[in-house]
Design a protein around this ligand. Structure first.
Ligand code: DQA
Length: 143
């Protein structure tokens, strides 16, 4: 069975209560359940990890160099700042899908740069929690 790692960055542990008008009402646990259900339909084993720490994300990306068939990443604010995450992602040979629940390009200018986008096979933004499911579908049908 293909294995997909979903990495989620800082402050998204507060999904559901953090600015729901921007990010939606689903909690991170809801999103994990939705992704597992969709993964079962598509034949994917799903592993989802969240951290507020840049170094955790870098270490997990390094570990994903073997044993996974695709990565979905919402690095949250680190998207716009982290060359360390960019550098770690450069090592991966599996497809990377960048997901954002809001559309950062339609928000403040400091969110317009993404250090992940140049490495992403696909960017999905502005679809709320559904964006992760769209990313799984993309991996199943287009990757
Ligand atoms: C986000 C967008 C980022 O700009 C922001 O810092 C986040 C969440 C999103 O999913 O819309 O924390 O990645």
């Amino acid at each position: 069975m293909k294995k997909i790692l979903i990495l989620i960055g800082p402050n998204l542990n507060l999904l559901g209560i953090r600015e729901p008008e921007i990010y939606g009402y689903e909690t991170l646990a809801d999103i994990e359940t939705m992704c597992r259900t969709e993964g079962q339909k598509l034949g994917f084993e799903i592993e989802l990890r969240q951290s507020n720490y840049e170094g955790d994300l870098v270490t997990w990306i390094q570990e994903a160099r073997t044993g996974y068939d695709g990565m979905i990443i919402n690095a949250a604010a680190y998207t716009h700042t982290s060359i360390a995450i960019h550098d770690a992602l450069r090592f991966l040979s599996v497809p990377i899908i960048e997901v954002h629940q809001s559309d950062p390009k339609k928000r403040e200018p400091f969110r317009h740069i993404s250090y992940i986008e140049p490495l992403a096979a696909k960017v999905i933004a502005g679809h709320g929690a559904k964006g992760y499911l769209m990313a799984l579908e993309w991996l199943a049908h287009e990757a």
